[in-house]
Design a protein around this ligand. Structure first.
Ligand SMILES: CC(C)(COP(=O)([O-])OP(=O)([O-])OC[C@H]1O[C@@H](n2cnc3c(N)ncnc32)[C@H](O)[C@@H]1OP(=O)([O-])[O-])[C@@H](O)C(=O)NCCC(=O)NCCSC(=O)C[C@@](C)(O)CC(=O)[O-]
Length: 304
């Protein structure tokens, strides 16, 4: 039996990745309340919003207002997505603790998602990374479509490594391996992870798994076996990417915390309060949480 990490850090990306795909605009105050409830549940890394074009992603148009509305708590890292310098310039006055640039292992996805080739995206990110570092802000890089693309199909590990190297070359501090459409299975995910780990230290690599095919928990376990201990998750299983049709949300934070609790792995997260956060935002959206654990614990509460 391999030794699993004793502690795992989760970045809840629900307020950004989760909500970006919602057609009905969610009120700024509800977004801010969700961020606060995640903090109260013990999350110390929260992806709040994105500074992208409001024409492309209207749900994130209130980015600055959300950043102004959140109650800043000590010890919490609030991050935002910035696809270009324009995004960074808009984000900086809102004082993000970290920014995220996002590239893809697939040319077609890069074009659909950010309207440029992989090479052009790296050219755009380079000054963003430089400017962020100049103000002391850490940069996470998301690498979409690390095992499969909605337009190109299978993606191989060589394609992943190529973009990992490009990200590393421009100084991206942390590399997130993203299975955007949730088609990854444990061995494929491990192969992609291995390429990231060839160039980034373990502490600076994370997994970002959508649960479209129900593989996300197995994929997280496969990463734990490699020692990976940072994951993006989304409260209530919210989300999907507007440029990956049919892809469902990220793996639900509640489901991951339940599994990690069962494995005796520390997260610092209170699952009951996390379920409250999931129930809150699901109520705002007018539907039950996608999280199986969230639904089970809510049903148990109702029956008690
Ligand atoms: C990247 C762009 C902006 C390029 O879009 P573009 O049209 O190529 O950009 P442009 O530079 O030609 O500008 C066109 C217009 O957009 C404006 N603009 C330009 N930049 C910005 C900005 N930052 N903020 C606000 N406005 C902006 C710019 O000012 C101009 O406005 P106009 O003159 O037409 O009125 C566009 O493609 C875009 O916003 N895409 C958003 C994509 C997105 O948010 N996708 C979802 C997030 S990624 C994701 O979810 C995956 C991830 C990270 O979770 C991991 C995974 O699971 O894979």
């Amino acid at each position: 039996m391999s030794t699993l990490p004793s502690r795992v850090t989760l970045v809840d990306v629900g307020p950004r990745d989760g909500l970006q795909n919602e057609k009905e605009l969610v009120a700024t105050e509800h977004k801010a309340q969700l961020v606060e409830m995640l903090y109260l549940a013990g999350l110390r890394e929260i992806e709040v919003t994105s500074f992208v074009s409001p024409k492309w992603v209207p749900q994130m148009a209130d980015n600055a207002a959300v950043m102004a509305a959140i109650k800043r708590q000590p010890g919490v890292r609030y991050s935002v997505l910035t696809p270009n310098l324009k995004g960074l310039e808009a984000a900086l006055p809102t004082r993000p603790d970290e920014i995220v640039v996002f590239a893809a292992a697939s040319e077609a996805f890069s074009q659909k998602n950010i309207n440029c080739s992989i090479a052009e995206s790296i050219e755009r990110f380079a000054p963003v990374v430089e400017a962020a570092h100049a103000t002391g802000i850490k940069v996470r890089g998301a690498l979409s479509c690390a095992v499969g693309c909605p337009y190109e199909g299978d993606i191989n590990a060589d394609q992943v490594e190529r973009v990992v190297l490009l990200m590393k070359g421009i100084g991206v501090d942390h590399l997130g391996v993203a299975d955007t459409i949730g088609v990854g299975t444990p061995r494929k995910i491990q192969a992609a992870m291995e390429r990231a780990l060839k160039h980034y230290p373990l502490v600076e690599v994370s997994g970002h798994f959508h649960d479209t095919y129900g593989q996300a928990l197995a994929n997280i376990y496969a990463c734990l076996e490699m020692g990976v201990h940072n994951f993006d998750t989304s409260v209530a299983g919210l989300g999907g990417c507007p440029y990956a049709k049919g892809a469902t949300g990220n793996v639900a934070s509640e489901d991951v915390v339940f599994m990690l609790n069962g494995l005796g792995i520390e997260t610092g997260i209170d699952i009951d309060k996390l379920v409250d956060a999931g129930a809150f935002i699901s109520g705002v959206l007018g539907r039950p949480p996608v999280s199986r654990v969230g639904r089970a614990l809510l049903a148990k509460r109702a029956a008690a």
